[in-house]
Design a binder for this molecule. Structure first.
Ligand code: HEC
Length: 415
């Protein structure tokens, strides 16, 4: 029970006994209520309420094999993001991991300094510290983010204290559905806790962790005028789906780079449509059934399997439409900005190299390998794209431009 009950409205005190999240939300709603305002907890008092008396000091083992105490070592006086995952989860957990990876990148060197991420396994029998370490490596998780193993009962108790207990693992797996959202962010010292959706915009999450929960005390990196804000445009269903469900793992014309999945620029031209549709609906089932292309793609992506996002046929139509439209928009913009140059004679491929093997994954080889590829002509990419464009050239394009210039600089037939 909270150590300082008189500081809180009674309904918040009752809720605190059930879970901090319920109580935190009530406490926040209490902020606006005049009759409660005098009794609101101050920042530090909030931390005292949900302090060592509230959170268990559970012993957990990190993916590095260290023993740590939940309250003393992990959350005390810290700004944290905590979620509950299991590494064999085919749907929601990889989504959360991918989204948090984006947030981690945005927070950059603040990770491990004043913001800490913890992913606690709800499947301790399978997710030993060694398995968690392999997961960290597979997903290229950076510093400041720790994966944790603990006893099943104690982890369940932590879930309940954080207000994110969704039932037993067997039920979650058996339900074959999203294991609901289990991300909580908070500042233990101020006692401010929030439940978040991993589908949220990563910039918003990074701002909440990096600024809100630090009480806006840190200087903003950049002050900009509202007058500079771009006009709001209408976002269609396909684009909305891509931004909320796919963009944490895929770029579209931006080069895969740091994302776990491949770039999806012009993917509809490179793959059979029925195959694409089947893949988007149930990638896990295709991998399990041994579909050769699916298995190859997973191998090319370090064993990370795309999550089953439970898309409907309508979702797939929408997202495929968006991928095609956006690829066409990029093509049109590049073509309009760069008039077609004099044709470059394609290099003669060595005998026996006419394979049409995966072209899309490496734009440079498309240019350099010439005729063997089914993918679009990239010659105009050698021209600089106007840097003031509302869609500045993606980073990978610069690499392609350099490659094209090198090919052009070589004498004909010697590329
Ligand atoms: C958590 C990461 C993740 C999310 C989210 C995700 N993908 Fe993927 N996707 C991957 C990975 C990784 C691959 C490569 C194959 C593999 O390893 O499973 C892939 C492969 C693909 C491919 C096949 C690419 C090819 O070369 O044929 C398509 C198409 C695709 N994803 C579309 C989508 C769409 C559409 C969404 C959103 C509705 C989405 N993905 C969401 C990780 C993700």
């Amino acid at each position: 029970m909270p150590p300082k009950p008189p500081l809180l409205p009674s309904r918040v005190r009752r809720a605190a006994a059930r879970g901090p999240l319920v109580a935190a939300l009530l406490a926040l709603s209490a902020c606006g209520a005049a009759e409660d305002s005098a009794r609101e907890p101050s920042a530090d008092q909030g931390g005292a309420v949900w302090g060592a008396d509230y959170f268990p000091n559970t012993t957990l083992t990190t993916h590095r094999g260290e023993r740590v105490q939940f309250f003393d070592d992990l959350i005390k006086d810290k700004v944290v993001a905590i979620n509950f995952i299991y590494t064999s989860c085919p749907d929601a957990c990889p989504m959360e991991t991918a989204r948090l990876l984006e947030v981690q990148r945005l927070l950059a060197d603040r990770m491990g300094e004043d913001v800490h991420f913890y992913s606690i396994s709800i499947d301790p029998a399978h997710d030993t510290p060694e398995v968690l370490a392999a997961y960290v490596e597979q997903w290229k998780i950076g510093p400041g983010w720790t994966f944790l193993h603990g006893s099943r009962d104690e982890v369940r108790a932590l879930q309940k204290k954080l207000g994110v207990y969704n039932g037993e693992l067997e039920d979650i797996v058996g339900r074959k559905q999203d294991h609901k959202l289990t991300l909580v962010i908070g500042n233990q010292r101020s006692g401010r806790w929030m439940k978040r959706s991993p589908y949220e915009n990563p910039y918003v999450l990074a701002n909440q962790l990096g600024s809100w929960l630090h009480n806006w005390k840190l200087p903003a990196a950049e002050q900009r005028d509202y007058a500079d804000a771009p006009a709001v445009r209408t976002v269609g269903a396909g684009e909305n789906l891509f931004r909320t469900r796919c963009s944490s793992c895929h770029t579209l014309g931006g080069g895969a780079g740091e994302k776990p999945g491949p770039d999806l620029y012009n993917i509809h031209r490179q793959r059979d449509h029925a195959w694409l549709r089947q893949w988007m609906i149930a990638p896990d089932a295709m991998v399990a059934a041994g579909d050769p292309l699916a298995v190859q793609l997973v191998a090319d992506h370090g064993g990370v399997v795309m999550p089953n996002l439970r898309l409907t046929d309508v979702d797939v139509d929408n997202v495929m439409g968006f991928l095609a439209d956006e690829s066409a928009r990029i093509d049109a913009e590049l073509a309009a900005r760069a008039p077609e140059p004099a044709p470059v004679p394609p290099p003669t491929p060595p005998a026996g190299s006419e394979s049409k093997a995966p072209c899309h994954s490496s734009p440079c080889t498309k240019v350099l390998a010439g005729a063997a590829c089914t993918s679009p002509n990239l010659r105009h990419f050698g021209r600089p794209v106007d840097a003031t464009s509302p869609h500045p050239p993606p980073r990978w394009l610069i690499g392609v431009q350099v490659a094209v210039r090198r090919v052009r600089a070589q004498p004909a037939g010697n590329a």
